[in-house]
Design a binder for this molecule. Structure first.
Ligand code: UGA
Length: 451
């Protein structure tokens, strides 16, 4: 195997979802990684191989890296900057009230870099930042340093999905490098070379052999647009299928057959076309809003993207309508159980979870709401204190007049309906329940998108 160059890499925001997977991934392909975060609790846990962020398989790889001294965690940003030849910035860019991305964390990191860089450093922006932000970062650094001589800035957006972050790190659909300098482009290509050649320092179960990983070299603005346009397209698919599901339900169609049927066209495919309560989580909604704001700021009317957002905002109401249809307009003291509390299956992240939004609404209406999640029970209870949370599925099932399935967790498709009272009503927003079983036990149900 070729000997690859090992870079000294710092990751700022290294205990968040993106920063942590990036830190672990880069260390596991042979780079000397120092991962920094202001969250001291998370950093102390990570030093001991424990992660508050749930990613399948992460703690195993992390413990191998720690044993072999291939990764370090710190609270100290000064130490991280002086350690590194390349700094990956993975701090958050949450939405402001007007839809723009909040740049305050990025700006404060850029100011630190401006004040502390003492040798040539490549600053790689992983966080999804508004188009134009790379220039702002360059301007801040240029107040004391010289571009090209002291630093370079690269946009290298991530396409990791929460819960399958490591699968996506080891098998990226593409690596986008947005930079105007040859030196930075060459260095970034070198950093990812061991990944492309499947040369790992620790074993991982995620790598798919023979997959060709494409690197696209482009300018920073196009790199950022690729990120925004990708998330907006994914959001569009979800709003599209939610709209088709709504129409299908009215006219008596079966949404599973419809998805299968349209997906047979290879130009469309059936991936990422699951109807449901809408897209939640920290990325799609935020990035879609940021893209709409960007187009407005540039006097361009993004009719379509606004429609995607509007459908998503209406989707929760579709589920509430179904509940009212069964229980009537007053939900006071009605017992409702929600299955799936994180923003999607496979994660313990409850940020922008539409399940939690639904629970809050039902609780405000006086309903008694019980929720279940195999990974996010603790996080959901912390976010909504009036929600009764349990990780015992049978308890949650037995307490309800209505059970609402909100994510595609496998255990929800395998529920033993024989133990449920036939008076219970099932609302399945994901189309995963076994209808024959429900019929067998005379349980009434409503499948989103299917009459
Ligand atoms: C999304 C993108 O998929 C990643 O490529 C991207 O890197 C990431 O955002 C990001 O920008 O950081 P993520 O938010 O982790 O990843 O989760 P997704 O799996 O995309 O799901 C987003 C939401 O859409 C969830 O609420 C999910 O339940 C919903 N969804 C997804 C559907 O309703 N139907 C589907 O078919 C797929």
């Amino acid at each position: 195997m070729t000997k690859h160059k090992s870079y000294k890499i710092g990751v700022i925001g290294g205990a968040g979802y993106v920063g942590l997977v990036t830190s672990v991934g880069l260390a596991s392909i042979g780079h000397n990684v120092l991962s920094q975060d202001l969250n001291l609790n998370r950093i102390n846990l990570l030093k001991n191989g424990k992660s508050e962020v749930y990613e399948e398989g992460l703690e195993n790889i992390l413990s191998d890296l720690i044993t072999q001294k291939l990764i370090n965690f710190t609270h100290n940003i000064e130490q991280t900057i002086s350690h590194s030849d390349v700094i990956f910035v993975a701090v958050g860019t949450p939405s402001l009230a007007d839809g723009r991305a909040d740049m305050s964390q990025i700006i404060s990191v850029a100011e630190k870099l401006r004040d502390l860089i003492d040798h040539h450093t490549i600053v790689v922006v992983k966080s999804t930042v508004p188009v134009g932000a790379i220039e702002i970062i360059q301007d801040i650094l240029s107040e004391r340093l010289t571009i090209g001589e002291d630093f370079d800035v690269v946009s290298n957006p991530e396409f990791l999905r929460e819960g399958s972050g490591l699968v996506d790190f080891y098998n990226p659909s593409r690596i986008i490098i947005g930079s105007n300098t040859d030196f930075a482009r060459k260095s970034l290509k070198e950093i990812y070379q061991p990944l492309i050649q499947r040369d790992y320092k620790v074993s991982n179960p995620f790598s798919i052999k023979n997959q060709i990983i494409e690197i696209l070299l482009t300018d920073p603005v196009s790199a950022q647009m690729i990120k925004y346009a990708s998330n907006a397209f994914l959001a569009t698919r979800i709003s599209y299928i939610n709209e088709i599901a709504g129409i299908s339900e009215k006219v008596g169609g079966n949404i599973s057959d419809i998805i299968y049927g349209i997906g047979l066209d290879p130009r469309i495919g059936s991936d990422y076309l699951k109807p449901g309560i809408g897209f939640g989580g920290p990325c799609l909604d935020k990035d879609l809003r940021a893209l709409i704001t960007l187009s407005e700021e540039n006097y361009f009317d993004s009719v379509m993207l606004n429609g995607v957002l509007r459908r998503n905002d209406l989707q929760l109401q579709e589920v509430i309508n179904k509940i009212n249809f069964v229980l009537g307009s007053s939900l006071y003291k009605h017992k409702i159980s929600i299955l799936g509390l994180a923003f999607k299956e496979g994660t313990n992240d409850v940020r922008h979870s539409l399940s939690i939004r639904l629970a809050k609404f039902l609780i405000e209406q006086g309903a008694i709401v019980t929720g279940h999640d195999i990974l996010a029970a603790k996080e959901a209870a912390e976010m909504e204190d009036k929600l009764i949370v349990s990780d015992n599925l049978n308890d949650v099932l037995n307490q309800a007049e209505i059970i609402i399935i909100l994510n595609s967790e496998k255990i929800y498709s395998q529920i033993d309906w024989s133990i449920i009272s036939p008076k219970t009503y099932i609302i399945d927003t994901r189309g995963i329940v076994n209808i024959d079983e429900l019929k067998k036990y005379s349980i009434e149900y409503d499948i989103l998108g299917t009459k």
